[in-house]
Design a protein around this ligand. Sequence first.
Ligand SMILES: [Zn+2]
Length: 388
Amino acid sequence: MLSRVVVLVLAVVAATALGVAQAPQGAQSQGAIRNRPGADRAPEFPPPSILDYKPRSTLVVPQHQVPRAKYPVIDFHSHQPAPITEAAFDTIVASMNPLNLQVLINTSGVSGDRLVDAMKALRSSKHKDRMVQFTNINFNNVGPGFGQRAAQQLEADVKAGALGVGEINKGFGLNARKSDGTRLKIDDPELDPIWQTAARLNIPIFIHTADPQEFFQPINYQNERWLELALFRDRRFPSPPNPTFEELMAERDRLFKRHPKTTFVAAHLGWHANDLARLGRMFDTMPNLYSEVGAVLYDLGRQPRMAREFLIKYQDRVLFGKDSYQPDEFPYYWRVFETADEYFDYYRDYHAFWKLYGLDLPDQVLRKLYYQNALKLVPGIPRAGFPR
Ligand SMILES: [Zn+2]
């Protein structure tokens, strides 16, 4: 409702300025922002800005806060220091316990000597069952022989204790350059030895490709991420000069299909949380593909029926992940997954102008989402703390 009112106000202002009463066309917006027929009205008061308008909801419905997850959770998408100091680890574990977060996968992956140091810190800690570490690959200046060298380093890093690769960040595909100055495409064959080695070592590749599709679109009043784009310069990816969203998705999908024996985990539901049928088709055609829900809760919570059906159908393919580690944000995830609550707030207004609804997931699905799928994909995760 908030979004409709804001859009209505903006549309009225825009229509007045342009002298047209035409609503922008679009499957979701058609009809929803039309002024009352025949009434050429404008607000009698100055309209509020997008930042000011925060109406109090008068809706009275049952509310269930969920400060602690129903089952122990593995966060597949966490960013932590590597190496971590024991003091920092103490603080993190103290915040994990009340949330029922059992294990963090540190997907701020590090390689070589730094990985050795990171593993030393984890193994000597009294919290060694609470975090595991991934390695990573630096994709700058890829040239002939790069793939072989990176594959060798990957093998050494796995021997040193890394349990996966990632998070390969969005720069891969978007702006990483080859040694010849051209853009490194996600499916560049030079990198094949890396993916083949990961398959042989049976470790997952955790990869973030592109960003929400609206980040690649014009920043206008029809863009549902307008505020975020206006706030963060580094989230704007106009094409050109950037590749388009669909170009990146096509490269990514070719990579996943060309290496069916390699396990890929697409971060952020592959940025298809707004089009779950598309992600479903990917799961259907790519048995080696998994995904996680980091930072896309706003999209699941605005389509509770579709999202529930999707997470039940693909219950073996989706992992819990959070991305930025903010302890007070996790309960929003528990509430969306575990309750049937209606019309409650999300934690960041620049991600979503709408309210969230609970999916009321069955227990079996919750257990897979929270920890069982991650234990299957990353068998090296310590089993202490999980039901047998
Ligand atoms: Zn991340």
